[in-house]
Design a protein. Structure first.
Length: 326
């Protein structure tokens, strides 16, 4: 099978599309023929680790997992002898976080892990882009118990995480102020933002408004810059570790002091979360935003585009297996 392989850390060019052995499912696993996957910030972070903690997880001097990719949508081709919840030809989608392996034509995943039957009302490409950004957003929202009437500011409202966060916050009934660039103002309003700040014209950290929560979905601000936007018991959370990994330390220290605080939940993907998103998609409450679609052969270009930081929503890799109509 074809796969994008990187045996060393480095720039996007370390990714090489090559023939590798097709995996065989173990007793409890399903073999999925992948129709679509994504390139996201997790892939980029593990391909060229900037934080020691990433190397501790992914390999100190070279990657332990040589095929990246955390999201998938495809068709089950074979099942292990003990699999009971799926059958061949089932259309599935989900996550393979920290196990990676989805930048390939096939992947094996245990049946009890984070995969579920694909919603019938979306394409493989949309299904592949549904879970990771939304998973990060939901993990944070559950941690802080986001609820109806809460005021939240979301910085970076047009990335994979941000565009999911706006939709989920709307679903929870929050009052949303979103920060994005000029070209995406209408998109972000359509996703559910009550107010949109154009960061090319205004520095959101200089506002006089107060919020229950500030969510930095791009990791480009900090608790110290956003602190004055928070109500007395307000909470800041970010998708990045921050300068000198400060967000982990602040999450440990700020709750002890009382008042405004930082939270940094460690996300754990589960089947329950994938089923939750399936339900939202089927009921029309959530839809992945897709910016560009590349074939697997152009994964280096796709990765370079993700690393510009300018993508709107998700960048999808299509493994269309020569029939494009889904």
């Amino acid at each position: 099978m074809k796969a994008s392989v990187n045996t060393i850390y480095g720039p996007p060019e370390v990714l090489q599309v090559m023939e590798v052995e097709k995996p065989t499912p173990k007793d409890n696993e399903v073999l999925i023929k992948i129709h679509a996957t994504t390139v996201n910030r997790t892939d980029c972070g593990f391909r060229k680790p900037e934080y020691l903690v990433i190397r501790l997880i992914g390999g100190l001097f070279k990657p332990r997992k040589t095929i990246l990719g955390t999201e998938l949508a495809g068709e089950i081709e074979a099942i292990g002898s003990k699999v009971t919840t799926f059958k061949p030809s089932d259309q599935v989608f989900g996550l393979s976080t920290f196990h990676f392996g989805t930048h390939a034509e096939y992947v094996c995943i245990p049946e009890n892990k984070s995969i579920a039957i694909k919603p019938a009302n979306i394409s493989y490409q949309e299904a592949a882009a549904t879970c990771e950004g939304a998973w990060y957003a939901l993990t944070n929202f559950r941690k802080v118990n986001l609820k109806k009437g809460d005021k939240i500011l979301i910085n970076g409202a047009t990335g994979a995480i941000g565009s999911a966060a706006v939709q989920l916050a709307k679903y929870f009934g929050a009052e949303i102020t979103a920060v994005c660039n000029t070209k995406n103002i209408e998109l972000v309003k359509s996703l559910g933002a009550n107010e949109v700040i154009d960061y090319t014209k205004e520095d959101f950290t200089k506002r006089n408004e107060l919020y229950d929560f500030v969510f930095d979905a791009v990791g480009k601000s900090s608790f110290f810059k956003c602190k004055k936007l928070l109500k007395p018991k307000g909470i800041y959370f970010s998708t990045e570790l921050g300068y000198l990994s400060q967000n982990i330390f602040l999450a440990l220290i700020t709750p002890l002091v009382g008042g405004k605080k930082v939270t940094f939940p460690i996300p754990k993907d589960t089947k329950e979360i994938v089923l939750y998103f399936k339900d939202l998609v089927e009921k029309g409450h959530f839809k992945a935003v897709i910016d560009r679609v590349y074939p697997l052969e152009e994964i280096v270009e796709a990765t370079k585009y993700v690393e510009t930081g300018q993508k709107t929503g998700n960048v999808v890799i299509s493994l269309a297996h020569h029939h494009k109509s889904y």
